[in-house]
Write a protein that binds this ligand. Structure first.
Ligand code: 1HE
Length: 260
């Protein structure tokens, strides 16, 4: 199961935070097939103590995307299966057991951006930049990018990135919705870990609803979305943990909402 280029570590008092590190800096963390399979296996087999995960990259870049050295003479069938392999792995990131926070720096390009877009929250430092060089390499996205990236930044911006090779820097990236947090150079991992600790404190059913119900509701027609929302709300509030958390607030034992 262990893959030398995908390090897995656990942090927090109860080992609640899984920290995954792409560990292939010499190749700018380019994702070869074995790394993609390892990513999938890791999310399939996280210990039940884990409540949130952080993913980041070693070296100067988050991830240079697909390992182009492996993009050999695939025929159409092999290309289809290759793309589906990426889909299966990134599906386990998005719809796996726990929320995943991406800590981004340097190149977040091609399949690296596809991986980042499968995560639930993105934290970028000022060195991050975003590109989809597939357009200039004569290929197309194949790791779910055409589905997930427009949901972050819109179809028009993704078209522009692929057609013209446009690169967004970290500040622009935060402005257009690539990342939700922008931090000084070198601070993305620390901030992502802080956020993971916070996310891990939520009721597991709330995180489940945010990961599994919210994106589906967003795709549904309004009437169906409202119905799904009502079902999810009813399930979440029926949990003993929800009742206890609400009681704690009413008894003055829980934090108020405070502006920072
Ligand atoms: C690689 C890869 C890679 C670097 N596959 N080997 N992605 C791309 O088109 C991005 C290609 N990479 C780059 O543009 C640059 O490498 C970076 C901007 C990411 C970093 O630049 P730099 O100057 O720090 O590194 P470098 O000198 O370009 O690369 C260092 C080594 O990593 C070098 O190998 P070396 O043996 O000569 O040292 C590079 O060849 C290697 N390397 N990126 C293989 N991507 C599911 S479909 C997804 C489709 C895509 O992702 S297409 C986009 C692919």
């Amino acid at each position: 199961m262990h893959h030398p280029e995908l390090e897995l570590d656990f942090q927090g008092a109860d080992k609640q935070i899984a920290v995954l590190r792409l560990n292939r800096a010499a190749k700018r963390n380019a994702l070869n097939d074995s790394l993609i399979v390892a990513l999938r296996n890791t999310f399939d087999s996280l210990p039940s103590s884990v409540r949130a995960a952080v993913i980041h990259g070693d070296g100067d870049h988050f991830c240079a995307g697909l390992d182009l050295a492996e993009l050999t003479e695939r025929d159409a069938g092999a290309g289809l299966h290759h793309s589906r392999m990426w889909h299966a792995a990134l599906e386990r990131v998005q719809f796996g057991p726990v929320p995943v926070i991406a800590a981004l720096h340097g190149a977040v390009v091609g399949g690296g951006l596809e991986l980042a877009s499968a995560c639930h929250i993105r934290v970028a430092d000022q060195t991050a930049f975003y590109a989809l060089p597939e357009g200039s390499r004569g290929i197309f996205v194949g790791g779910g990018g055409s589905v997930r990236i427009p949901r972050l930044i819109g179809v028009a911006r993704m078209t522009d990135m692929m057609m013209t090779g446009r690169i967004f820097d970290a500040t622009e990236g935060e402005r257009i919705g690539m990342a939700q947090y922008l931090v000084p150079p070198g601070q993305a991992l620390d901030r992502a870990l802080e956020l993971a600790v916070r996310v891990a404190q939520n009721a597991p059913l709330t995180n489940y609803a945010l990961m599994h119900a919210l994106p589906r509701i967003a795709e549904q027609p309004a009437d169906q979305g409202l119905f799904t929302e009502a079902m999810m709300a009813a399930i979440a509030q029926s949990a003993p943990e929800a009742k206890e958390r609400v009681r704690a607030f009413l008894d003055g034992r829980a934090a108020k909402v405070k502006k920072s």
